[in-house]
Ligand binder design. Structure first.
Ligand SMILES: C[S@@+](CC[C@H](N)C(=O)[O-])C[C@H]1O[C@@H](n2cnc3c(N)ncnc32)[C@H](O)[C@@H]1O
Length: 357
């Protein structure tokens, strides 16, 4: 079984030449969104290939166009170093070859050789995803290939996390020079994106699941940041008191059991969370935690709270709102923002609520 490639140390994700948005060098401008979706291993990429490539290949059925596409996707240095899953690359290449063969173009050996190399690889339960942010920064994450693994949903990046980071990128003043606490961070996309684009003073990632916390720590380091563990997470001999935490902290924090005393040490100005409203039991614990947070600020100024979620079951959404109303937490829907769709694909029904705790 092919193992997960060794994770390099700090500042490991290199600045690599990427196509500027909308500019496939010397070729069709529509291909940059394709590259962006490919590097993040978006499910739509294969389908998108059909519409985006068919026209280009028919208009110019020459190998250089395909070679460009190959080098901006599967053979891109970022993809070579941090590859999406074997299955994803195999499907992508197969689709590319099918499209190519449907034209009268000369076969491109490099395309077949690349597929042959991918076919030799064994499937792994881990893969990389490279999220190109509108600023030109990239967040590279090691993720699980399964949506649920190890009994948690926290080992993959969910749509609400992408949406929240996109919104944050359009509203950096909410985060700049402030202390941000993220609840249910999962493996870290939103927080790492905010740290790269919004200059928070301190960013506190938190979660309750040991495997999620371990992967989160690895991903933070993979993106070039130092991690300080606080409260009582998997310390790996690095546990320090909250007062000594540098800019990026990871806290083991369970909404059901966290105490007000533990929260007093954090003092967030802003609290965010993505895709944490999906289960009635969790909703009650989350709201209880928010109530504790509202009273834990030394200066009695309650933090600003933004929660992004995907509307899957209207009953769960209404239960969340009803529970907020019951405990007197006002809320408002943040209007959809153009920046939130930086991967250029169809968003499911994702909403951000601002809560006034
Ligand atoms: C659906 S995942 C979302 C992860 C990430 N925010 C995202 O959107 O990609 C939900 C996360 O909430 C965390 N979680 C669930 N219940 C929790 C609790 N009681 N306390 C802290 N975290 C919790 C899980 O461990 C998981 O990482």
């Amino acid at each position: 079984m092919r193992g997960l490639p060794a994770l390099p140390g700090p500042a490991a994700v290199p600045a690599l030449p990427l196509c500027a948005a909308g500019a496939w060098p010397g070729r069709a401008g529509a291909a940059a969104p394709l590259q962006r979706r490919f590097l993040a291993a978006r499910a739509l990429t294969v389908a998108a290939l059909a519409s985006e490539l068919e026209q280009n290949l028919r208009a110019a059925p020459d190998s250089p166009l395909l070679r460009d596409i190959l080098h901006q996707t599967v053979l891109h240095p970022l993809c070579v170093k941090y590859p999406p899953s074997t299955k994803y690359r195999r499907c992508f290449l197969t689709e590319l070859i099918k499209k190519h063969e449907s034209t009268a173009a000369e076969p491109l050996d490099e395309l077949y050789n690349t597929l042959a190399d991918v076919l030799k690889e064994e499937e792994s339960t881990q893969c990389y995803k490279n999220y190109l942010l509108p600023t030109g920064d990239c967040v590279t994450l090691s993720e699980s290939t399964a949506m649920i693994s190890g009994g948690t949903t926290g080992l993959v990046t969910w749509e609400a996390a992408l949406h929240l980071a996109g919104w944050a990128g359009g509203n950096p003043e909410v985060f700049r020079a402030r202390t941000v606490l993220e609840l249910g961070s999962g493996i870290g996309f939103t927080g790492i994106a905010i740290c790269k684009t919004c200059q928070p003073k301190t960013y506190i990632f938190s979660d309750c699941h040991p495997c999620v916390l371990r992967q989160l720590g690895e991903n933070i380091r993979l993106n070039g940041f130092e991690v300080t563990w606080c409260i009582q997470t998997e310390p790996q001999g690095q546990e320090v008191e909250a007062k000594n935490c540098p800019k990026l902290m990871v806290a083991e924090l369970d909404w059901g059991s966290v105490t007000e005393e533990q929260l007093v040490g954090l003092q967030p100005d802003v609290v965010i969370a993505a895709d944490v409203v999906y289960d009635p039991e969790i909703i009650l614990a989350l709201i209880g935690m928010l109530q504790k947070l509202s009273t834990s600020r030394a200066d009695r100024k309650a933090p600003e709270v933004f929660i992004a979620f995907t509307l899957r079951n209207p009953d769960t959404y209404h239960l969340f709102q009803a529970q907020l109303d019951k405990v007197g937490i006002r809320w408002q829907i943040i209007p959809a923002h153009g920046n939130s769709n930086f991967l250029y694909d169809v968003q499911p029904n994702v909403t951000i609520l601002q809560l006034f705790i």
